[in-house]
Design a binder for this molecule. Structure first.
Ligand SMILES: [Ca+2]
Ligand SMILES: [Ca+2]
Length: 222
């Protein structure tokens, strides 16, 4: 009888030729969504996760600005892991809540306010960040965002914010969405957009209604 031998995948450990401690065991993992390289201890179930960033002219001065996501723990005040137990969903949610995360957005514009997106502890940062162009006619681009809640629900809220002359972020409007249903092609405007400008200070948008269906609304932004 023939025996088959299955060879496992050989993982090549590339040791740097310098003086790395021989007993230091670590695994380099690559977040497949982004090329973020994380070096964790073997038993570590945490994943640092990505931080979003977005460019646009948010203060309308003609120069491109960048907005950066920040996800810190209120306990330490430092950037922290977005996933604290990648092997157990419930434990992960519990650990996130205990970690007291705060999601923020900051800008590379001098003296601009850091925007506190949320201090609600059951969240894993900003789930979507997009430049909506100038919707209210003040020359600056508006920002759209969604929070990534650490829950099993697809219900969420789409927020539109603008940077005021005082360099503070101010919400212009928000509407309810369903993270999966709203982003199906047939439910988007022109098959692409959750909202679009239709006139001076005016948008139309697709929202998720109380009757669990997609509705279309119009809004004049103040
Ligand atoms: Ca600018
Ligand atoms: Ca604007």
């Amino acid at each position: 009888m023939r025996h088959k031998t299955i060879y496992g995948v050989i993982i090549a450990v590339i040791a740097c030729g310098c003086n790395s401690p021989a007993n230091e065991k670590s695994i380099a993992t690559i977040d497949t969504t982004k090329s973020l390289v994380i070096v964790n201890k073997k038993s570590d179930r945490r994943i640092f996760g990505e931080r979003l960033k977005l460019t646009g002219d948010f203060n309308g001065d003609g120069k491109i600005d960048t907005v950066f996501e920040s996800y810190i723990s209120k306990l330490t005040g430092k950037e922290d892991f977005k996933i604290l137990d990648s092997t157990n969903w419930e434990d992960n949610v519990g650990l996130i809540i205990e970690n007291k995360p705060v999601s923020r957005l900051y800008l590379d514009i001098e003296a601009a306010d850091t925007f506190i997106v949320t201090k609600d502890p059951q969240q894993s940062g900003v789930g979507l960040l997009e430049n909506l162009g100038d919707l209210n006619g003040d020359k600056g681009d508006e920002l759209g965002y969604i929070i990534k809640w650490a829950d099993e629900s697809n219900l969420n809220t789409y927020h539109i914010v603008t940077l005021t002359n005082e360099k503070k972020w101010k919400e212009l409007f928000n509407f309810p969405i369903n993270e999966s249903v709203n982003y199906e092609t047939e439910n988007l405007l022109d098959g692409k957009f959750i909202l679009m400008k239709i006139g001076p200070n005016k948008i139309k948008y697709k929202y998720y209604s109380d009757s669990a269906s997609i509705g279309q609304g119009e809004k004049t932004l103040q």
